[in-house]
Write a protein that binds this ligand. Structure first.
Ligand SMILES: [Zn+2]
Length: 378
């Protein structure tokens, strides 16, 4: 038996550079003299790694070496034409890979290293080097579609990791849960007609992308019922998220009985995030991580890999990431949180499920009870 928890990280991940932001997402120019550094810059994963080191957590984590995904690993979802397009784009200096997913000259290789980091995390939990792995990788992946980059994402890391588990390790049933504040549209698309991968997305309703992650998108064909969208109202907070895990995620997971658990972990649902309005505290990230560990322990021999997605508060998101990795490693380092965070968490939605969120959770249970009978009693 190997270590309890492992970490995928490499300084090469810092080399992907989306540059500066001169346009709002609407395409209108930002009116300031100084352009703003791109939100998906190198700082989040770097600062998360610093906190793991400074808190002393890193010495309890076994290092899992990432490797470059091969083109064959990527084309389980992406088209060969798109992969070649990204390679050529980066070779000629970089540019836009699709919709809001800029690449620098290094990005093709680093995106292959990010996808390979997710694959390495899966390898490690399957071969027993670590029971649980956090992959502190970038660029993120969950918005990337088969033939285009989207929303800061170039290749879909979690899709590649899930398919790798099935193709290389013979795992049949994979659960993927995405708690990034934005919908995991690429992941939804990849597994939409597939009943071997159960996909949950918890996200802020009507955020990004607006035409994905809707409650009525529940899968198709054999995959009907295996895409579980939980679009929650803005401001939901800790209590609503934890209720969603209890009332929807856990009962369905217990019926599905995954052999591997993967998490698309975006810390942009945090209470300080500039791009999201979900108000989650570090405590919510601890408890969501524990909920996923419990599912892995109940059904998947404890095998869980957590892959970094978004998260844009330079101050607070790294503490959320630290909380996740502490939970995976079953160690509290006791590192004090930023001043002010504890007062910000004194919001009603920290303790109470708001009426909008209650109504939405009821709608979700009703919508999915036809596929998952245990929801009728939840
Ligand atoms: Zn996000």
């Amino acid at each position: 038996m190997g270590a309890l928890a492992g970490l995928v990280y490499d300084d090469r991940y810092l080399q992907h550079n989306p540059g500066v932001q001169r346009l709002w997402t609407t395409g209108d120019p930002v009116p300031f003299v100084e352009p703003m550094i791109h939100p998906s810059n190198y700082r989040l994963v770097m600062r998360s790694k610093h906190l793991m080191d400074l808190s002393g957590l890193s010495k309890h984590l076994v290092r899992i070496e990432p490797y470059y995904a091969e083109v064959d690993d990527i084309t389980v979802y992406h088209t060969p034409e798109y992969v070649e397009f990204v390679r050529e784009l980066c070779a000629s200096g970089g540019g836009e890979t699709g919709e809001g997913a800029p690449a620098s000259p290094e990005s093709y290789e680093i995106a292959l290293l990010a996808a390979g980091g997710g694959m390495a995390a899966v390898d490690a939990v399957v071969d027993g080097r670590a029971r649980r792995v956090f992959a502190n990788i970038r660029p993120p992946g969950h918005h990337a579609m088969a033939s285009k980059g989207m929303g800061f994402c170039i290749f879909n890391n979690v899709v590649v990791a899930a398919r790798h588990a099935q193709r290389k390790h013979g795992i049949e049933r994979v659960l993927v849960l995405d708690w990034d504040v934005h919908d995991g549209n690429g992941t939804q698309d990849a597994f939409y007609a597939d009943n071997s991968v159960l996909f949950f997305s918890l996200h802020q309703d009507y955020l990004y992308p607006p035409d994905f992650g809707l409650l009525e998108q529940q899968g198709e064909g054999e995959g009907l019922g295996y895409t579980v969208n939980l679009p929650l109202p803005a401001g939901s907070g800790d209590a609503a998220y934890l209720a969603a895990f209890e009332q929807v995620v856990r009962p369905i997971a217990d019926e599905f009985k995954p052999q591997l658990v993967l998490v698309s972990a975006g810390q942009d649902a945090s209470l300080m995030d500039p791009l999201g309005r979900m108000s989650l505290s570090t405590e919510a990230y601890r408890r969501m991580t524990q909920a996923m560990i419990d599912i892995a322990e109940a059904h998947a021999d404890g095998r869980i890999a957590v892959l970094q997605e978004g998260g844009y508060s330079e101050l607070y998101a790294p503490y959320c990431t630290l909380a996740i990795v502490e939970t995976l490693a079953e160690r509290r380092t006791g590192l004090p949180e930023p001043q002010g965070a504890s007062t910000l968490s004194h919001q009603p939605q920290f303790h109470t499920v708001g009426l909008d969120a209650q109504a939405r959770l009821r709608e979700i249970r009703e919508a999915y009870a036809q596929y998952w009978p245990s929801l009728r009693d939840a």
